[in-house]
Design a protein around this ligand. Structure first.
Ligand SMILES: Cc1cc2nc3c(=O)[nH]c(=O)nc-3n(C[C@H](O)[C@H](O)[C@H](O)COP(=O)(O)OP(=O)(O)OC[C@H]3O[C@@H](n4cnc5c(N)ncnc54)[C@H](O)[C@@H]3O)c2cc1C
Length: 417
């Protein structure tokens, strides 16, 4: 069933009796050409592009919980292509282009809103660094504008410009960046993959990976064994645990990242703002809630919820940047488990086991990567060759030290990226 404005009106008049389930609920078959472990954004988009770009539809996505219950439905929904380093910049540039056509491609309203992403500048040195980044973005074909203080004030009057410790000098504006509704992205890819014949199997935890003679043969699951010629591990925060089932020790640490939402307010913020002197970012959702977040909880954990010291730290940053926020009540907070790589950049690669593929290391930037990551992982699975924009996301860079993509310039320490 295709979605359109006409259908919405017709179903409204018919008391919504004509809607059908958005995807099937199939029982797992005994064998598939490709099994994808993980029904998050990256697993679902991989399945979709396998079917759409390569005609490979005998595919199962195995999800231990429900589709969209992981990080893809827990993030602060920021989409952007403002990376500095070659390797990252062309990948995120490709991703943003896929975002721009996603709603038409999937026939699904993902509420993509290119409201701009503004990164604030608080010192001369920081301005120089952002000029360099902006030039890199422009040379990649993306957009960047350097704003002075008055330019920022016109866009976001709510900011405390004269904070004595962190005065605002200006900002780098990326107008094509913005937000999208996170779980709608999961649902949109799920529906589109299902319509092309992919089996989406929920409540199906992978408990083992079968390997014989150096090649993958299938997986063990809580719903029985499933044979497969190719298996992709796409489980974000659980990457180390699932890869260990194939005897791999990954250079990934899992850390908790929290997010917060305030009560609904009248429109006060129509762009995404990122504080330059602390890790803090904020936007306003279409429902009116302020959505914001900050740093990791600073210790490795598989707990899907955060702790109070980081909550306090995030609130302090919020009050420093926009003191008026102190009048709003925080309604909810939650955490997600981040797959932190040592250099802050992802991995999309083959492994030493034939037919076994790896997609991980998204740190806290993997939502914006969902389309290009699925595109690249599908390309790798189908052709055996890396997709050009993702060609530098090799696993062996952590073994050899060559080709590290230290975007933040913070060295090889997981929790600093
Ligand atoms: C609070 C927060 C804020 C964030 N903000 C942003 C942001 O603003 N912008 C941005 O770009 N990124 C952001 N991120 C990061 C982004 O959400 C993640 O990098 C991305 O969603 C991870 O990929 P995924 O969607 O595939 O992960 P997930 O949705 O976590 O998918 C992985 C799936 O694998 C499943 N799984 C695990 N083990 C197994 C198993 N053994 N068998 C079967 N299934 C299994 C899990 O249940 C899960 O559903 C944020 C993350 C958090 C937590």
């Amino acid at each position: 069933m295709g979605y359109s404005g006409f259908r919405v009106i017709r179903e409204g008049l018919r008391r919504r009796t004509g809607w059908t389930p958005v995807w099937r609920d199939p029982a797992p078959q005994s064998e598939y050409d490709v099994v994808i472990i993980g029904g998050g954004g990256h697993g679902l988009s991989t399945a979709y592009y396998l079917a759409k770009e390569h005609g490979i539809t005998n595919v199962a996505v195995l999800e231990k919980g429900y589709l969209g219950g992981g990080n893809v439905g827990r993030n602060t929904t920021i989409v952007r292509a403002n990376y500095l380093l070659p390797g990252n910049s062309e990948f995120y540039s490709h991703s943003l282009k896929l975002w721009e056509g996603m709603e038409q491609d999937l026939n699904y309203n993902t509420m993509m809103s290119q409201r701009g992403v503004l990164s604030l500048v608080h010192s001369d040195g920081q301005r120089d660094a952002f000029v360099r980044r902006g030039n890199m973005m422009i040379s990649q074909g993306d957009d960047a504008e350097l704003l002075d203080r008055e330019g920022v004030r016109a866009l976001v009057p709510l900011i405390d410009f004269d904070n004595p410790r962190f005065p605002v000098y200006g900002g780098l504006l990326h107008r094509r960046g913005g937000t999208a509704r996170h779980d709608a992205v999961a649902w949109g890819y799920a529906r589109a993959a299902d319509r092309r014949g992919v089996d989406l199997i929920q409540n199906c935890e992978v408990t083992g990976i079968d390997i014989e003679g150096g090649a993958v043969r299938g997986v063990q699951t809580t719903r029985g064994p499933i044979r497969a010629k190719k298996v992709a591990i796409v489980v974000a925060g659980r990457s180390s645990q699932v890869a260990a089932m194939a005897g791999m020790r990954l250079p990934i640490e899992s850390h908790v990242l929290q997010a917060f939402v305030s009560e609904g307010l009248k429109p006060i913020l129509d762009t995404v703002v990122s504080f330059g002197m602390g890790h803090f970012y904020i936007s306003q959702s279409d429902k009116g809630g302020l959505v914001f977040g900050g740093d990791l909880d600073f210790y490795a954990s598989y707990a899907g919820r955060g702790n109070l010291p980081m909550a306090e730290h995030v609130m302090e940053a919020a009050m420093t940047l926009m003191p008026a926020i102190g009048k709003a009540r925080v309604l909810r907070s939650w955490g997600g488990i981040m797959d932190m790589s040592p250099d802050g950049s992802p991995i999309i690669d083959t492994t030493d086991t034939a037919g076994l593929f790896l997609n991980c290391g998204w740190c806290y930037g993997g939502f914006k990567a969902v389309p290009a990551s699925g595109f690249a992982t599908a390309h790798l699975i189908a052709t055996g060759q890396p997709h050009a924009p993702a060609a530098r996301f090799r696993l062996d860079r952590f073994r050899t030290g060559r080709g590290l993509l230290d975007e933040e310039g913070t060295g090889s320490q997981h929790n600093l990226h």
